[in-house]
Design a protein around this ligand. Structure first.
Ligand code: PBG
Length: 316
C-alpha cells in the first residue's frame, strides 16, 4: 500500500555517475575521503563505464587529472588531454548507449587551482577565461562528449560555449550549466580527488554563489537559460533543496542537482563508525533530492544504487 501511494520514485535512469580519470598512472588509485571512488586509468574507466551501462546507468560525467598543471590549465583543451582521450575511448566502446558528459572547467588543470586565468593582481579574469572554456568545449565536443557541463561560474560562459560549438557545427552537443553553484565547504573530498589546492589558501567566493542567497540563484539560472543552457544544475543538493524546488517550479528545462563529494563522504564516514545506516541514509537523501524536483541527480552513489537495484534489494 505504501508503494502504491508513494509520491516519489527514484530509478537508475535518474542518476549520473561522476568519474575521475588520471593521466600517467598504471593502476586505479583510491581516494581516501571518497571511499569506493577511485582515480581511473583509461583502461579501468572503460571497464567501469561498460559495467555501469550494463546496469542501466544512462550517463556519466568525466573529470580529469593531468600529469602536469600550468597557469592556463592547458590540459583542459589539449586534444591529447586525458579527458579528451577518455571521451574518445568511451564513444568507441559504447557509441550512443550512454550519454558521456564532460565537466568543463580548468581548475583541475591549473597550477594555482582557480577556475580561470589569473590577472596581474591574482584575481580571476572572467572574460579572458571564457576563451579557455570555448577551447575546452571544442576539444571535448570533437572528442565525442554529447554534453558539456561548464562548472566554473564565470559570467557569460554558457553563451561563449554555445556560440563556439555552433560555429564549429556541434549544434547537437548539449550544455548542462552548473547554474547555481554555491561556494560550499562540501567540495573538500573532490579537491582531494582531483589534486587541487587553491593558491594562497584562497577560495572561490569571487565567482561561486554566497550560500546566504536564494533569489540570486534563480537569477543565475535565468541568465544561463537566456544564454542557451539545455539543463540547469543546482549544487550542492541537500542544503539547497529550496533552490532546487524553486527552480523546478519555474523553469521548463530539466533541472539537475549535484549530490557532491562532501555529502557522500559524510554518509560514508558516519556509516563506517556504525553511527548511521549508510545505505538507508543514501536512499533517503537521493529520494529527497528527487522529491524537491530534480530530474537528474549526479551522485557518487550511482554504482551502488544501480547494483542494489539490479539485485532487487532496495528496501524502502
Ligand atoms: C570545479 C568543480 C568542483 C566540483 C565539480 N566541479 C569543485 C569546486 O568548485 O571547487 C565539486 C564536486 C564535488 O564536490 O563532488 N571544476
Amino acid at each position: 500500500m505504501r508503494d502504491l501511494v508513494a509520491e516519489t520514485r527514484i530509478g537508475v535512469g535518474d542518476l549520473v555517475a561522476p568519474l575521475f580519470v588520471r593521466e600517467d598512472i598504471a593502476d586505479p588509485q583510491p581516494i581516501l575521503s571518497l571511499p569506493g571512488v577511485v582515480q581511473h586509468t583509461r583502461a579501468s574507466l572503460r571497464d567501469e563505464v561498460s559495467k555501469l551501462a550494463n546496469l542501466g546507468v544512462r550517463s556519466v560525467i568525466l573529470f580529469g587529472i593531468p600529469a602536469a598543471k600550468d597557469p592556463l590549465g592547458s590540459g583542459a583543451y589539449d586534444p591529447q588531454g586525458i579527458v579528451q582521450l577518455a571521451l574518445g575511448d568511451l564513444r568507441d566502446d559504447l557509441g550512443d548507449e550512454i550519454v558521456v558528459m564532460a565537466d568543463l572547467c580548468v581548475d583541475e588543470y591549473t597550477d594555482h587551482g582557480h577556475c580561470g586565468i589569473l590577472d596581474a593582481q591574482g584575481g580571476v579574469d572572467n572574460d579572458a577565461t571564457l576563451e579557455l572554456y570555448s577551447k575546452a568545449a571544442l576539444a571535448q565536443a570533437a572528442a565525442g562528449a554529447q554534453v558539456v557541463a561548464p562548472s566554473g561560474m564565470m559570467d557569460g560562459q554558457v553563451a561563449a560555449i554555445r556560440s563556439t560549438l555552433d560555429a564549429s557545427g556541434f549544434h547537437d552537443v548539449a550544455i548542462m550549466a552548473y547554474a547555481a553553484k554555491y561556494a560550499s565547504a562540501l567540495y573538500g573530498p573532490f579537491r582531494e580527488a582531483v589534486d587541487v589546492s587553491i593558491a594562497g589558501g584562497g577560495n572561490r567566493k569571487g565567482y561561486q554563489q554566497d550560500w546566504r542567497n536564494a533569489r540570486e540563484a534563480q537569477l543565475e539560472i535565468d541568465l544561463d537559460l537566456g544564454e542557451g543552457a539545455d539543463i540547469v544544475m543546482v549544487k550542492p543538493a541537500l542544503a539547497y533543496l529550496d533552490v532546487i524546488a524553486e527552480a523546478a517550479a519555474r523553469v521548463t528545462v530539466p533541472v539537475a542537482a549535484y549530490h557532491v563529494s562532501g555529502e557522500y563522504a559524510m554518509i560514508k564516514a558516519a556509516a563506517e563508525r556504525g553511527w548511521i545506516d549508510g545505505d538507508a541514509v543514501a536512499l533517503e537523501h537521493l529520494t529527497a533530492i528527487k522529491r524537491a524536483g530534480a530530474d537528474i541527480i549526479l551522485t557518487y552513489f550511482t554504482c551502488w544504487f544501480a547494483e542494489t537495484a539490479a539485485a532487487g534489494t532496495i528496501d524502502i
